[in-house]
Design a protein around this ligand. Structure first.
Ligand code: FMN
Length: 188
């Protein structure tokens, strides 16, 4: 099982990226192969509407690489900071680069981080986007705030809240189970 994780922050270091890394580590423990695309370090050019029906014909090399990674994935994790009560423009632009052929009947796990207070606004909005792409957003989601992390001397963030770690374990178990079910593998 191959999982593509998207980190939609525009900042390095990023809490969202730390969540994505923790989710990737747990998915790896469960036996999944993971690929992380960080839209802060690897931003994509503006999505072009002319390529909506045939994104694979886009010539930009970074966009082509992104589309290839999306096409190869069996499941997805979309991560975004809360920007103005919703998800980030970087993440939306990345999703607008592909189309529903890439997501139909595939599970999507939703992850978000806000500054002062936990908020589900970004993942609530992403759930509607997942439906638009014919993907299956899993029920368990992850939402954190700054107090759930400690900052390391190099500036990166480490999860400090045990409840958040527990949530990541549950989230990953559900995502891999849904991927198996949706690929016709039945219930284990
Ligand atoms: C453009 C922008 C808009 C933001 N809007 C909100 C907001 O509406 N609510 C909120 O709680 N935090 C908001 N924030 C704060 C971010 O959610 C917070 O800085 C968070 O740590 C960013 O995640 P990151 O570390 O993964 O980049 C905003 C930050 C930016 C840059």
């Amino acid at each position: 099982m191959r999982v593509l994780l998207l980190s939609g922050s525009a900042r390095i270091p990023s809490h969202t990226r730390s969540l994505i890394d923790a989710v990737a580590a747990e998915l790896g423990r469960l036996g999944a192969e993971t690929v992380t695309w960080d839209l802060a370090s690897d931003p994509l050019p503006d999505a072009l509407a002319d390529f909506h029906r045939a994104p694979e014909t886009i010539e930009h090399p970074e966009t082509r690489r992104f589309i290839r990674e999306v096409a190869r994935a069996d499941a997805f994790v979309w991560g975004s900071p809360n920007y103005h009560n919703s998800y980030s423009a970087r993440l939306k632009n990345a999703l607008d680069t592909v189309n529903y052929d890439h997501f139909e009947q595939k599970p999507i796990g939703l992850v978000t981080h806000s500054g002062g207070l936990v908020s589900t606004q970004a993942v609530d909005h992403l759930r509607i986007v997942a439906r638009g792409l014919l993907g299956v957003a899993i029920p368990t989601q992850i939402a954190s705030c700054d107090a759930d992390f400690t900052q390391e001397p190099d500036g990166t963030y480490t999860i400090a809240a045990p409840a958040l770690q527990c949530r990541i374990v549950r989230f990953c178990a559900e995502l891999t189970k849904m991927a198996t079910l949706l690929s016709g593998g039945g219930v284990s």
